[in-house]
Design a binder for this molecule. Structure first.
Ligand code: ADP
Ligand code: ADP
Length: 233
């Protein structure tokens, strides 16, 4: 089943009298359960497209359908609601709250979702357990390694049971051994049926994905199935 469909998506940024056409016409269809890597040189439009797919921004023209909802025409409030329900974000810099425990960090999206405290703690604990951090729930982020911090961020992305996991350079701040550990975890999540979309600059990281889409100058340059993706341990 189709989960993401973009039709002739364009994005133009205006800065005074100047215009930058960051996306010229993007047509992409992604099915539930796919594992996709976006690649492309700096300035090719990856962040712009990820922001649109993640419902953080809307296109200037064209349509974007996420899980059968037409999101390209939505208001800020409607977008925020779809985002909180449908998307789990993972960032290069982890974006954890430094003063909050792992459990509190992971439970955060559940506050937006309206769950009570007991249920939040229970769900957050299970999410941390699913990434192998059940013995770190009361630690603060600065008491953890980079790889562990990214696991906390992944648990936070998963806690709401989102339709898609959007990962922007998830291994960008990790050494290579830790990067492969995180990719092993992504592999596991994909095996469990999660839909994963990540941006990466690194070929060996992109090679874990089952499909690689390359952008150039605001257009899809290539869109290829990876015949033999790297698998986890
Ligand atoms: P990538 O993520 O592949 O590096 P971006 O989506 O960040 O590419 O950028 C695509 C183009 O849009 C670039 O020319 C960039 O300078 C421009 N751009 C991105 N964001 C903005 C913005 N907020 N305002 C103006 N121009 C932008
Ligand atoms: P709102 O105020 O509409 O609830 P928030 O800023 O609290 O929006 O964020 C809602 C969701 O969007 C959260 O899951 C958060 O992780 C994500 N989010 C917020 N800002 C960004 C950003 N700049 N890039 C990616 N994800 C973001």
């Amino acid at each position: 089943a189709t989960i993401i469909e973009t039709r002739n998506i364009q994005k133009t940024y205006r800065m005074g009298v100047e215009e930058v056409q960051a996306l010229k016409s993007i047509n992409i269809t992604i099915n539930r359960g796919e594992y996709v890597a976006f690649m492309g040189p700096s300035g090719s439009g990856k962040s712009t497209l990820m922001n649109i797919i993640g419902c953080l921004d809307t296109p200037t023209a064209g349509t974007y359908t996420l899980n059968q909802k037409l999101v390209s025409d939505m208001s800020e409030n409607e977008l925020a609601e779809v985002r909180n329900k449908e998307i789990g974000f993972v960032f290069q810099t982890f974006n954890l709250l430094p003063r909050a425990s792992c459990l509190e960090n992971v439970a955060l999206p559940l506050i937006y979702a309206g769950y009570g405290k007991a249920e939040r703690s229970e769900k957050a604990f299970l999410a941390l357990k699913s990434v192998g951090l059940e013995d770190r729930v009361h630690h603060k982020p600065n008491e953890l390694s980079g790889g562990q911090r990214q696991r906390v961020a992944i648990a936070r992305a998963l806690v709401n049971d989102p339709s898609i996991i959007l990962a922007d350079e998830p291994t960008g701040n990790l050494d290579s051994k830790t990067s492969y550990d995180i990719m092993d975890l992504f592999h596991e999540l994909h095996q469990k049926g999660n839909t994963i979309i990540m941006v990466t600059h690194e070929d060996d990281i992109a090679h874990y994905a089952h499909r690689v889409i390359r952008l150039r100058d605001g257009l899809v340059e290539s869109d290829n199935v990876n015949p033999s993706p790297t698998t986890g341990k």
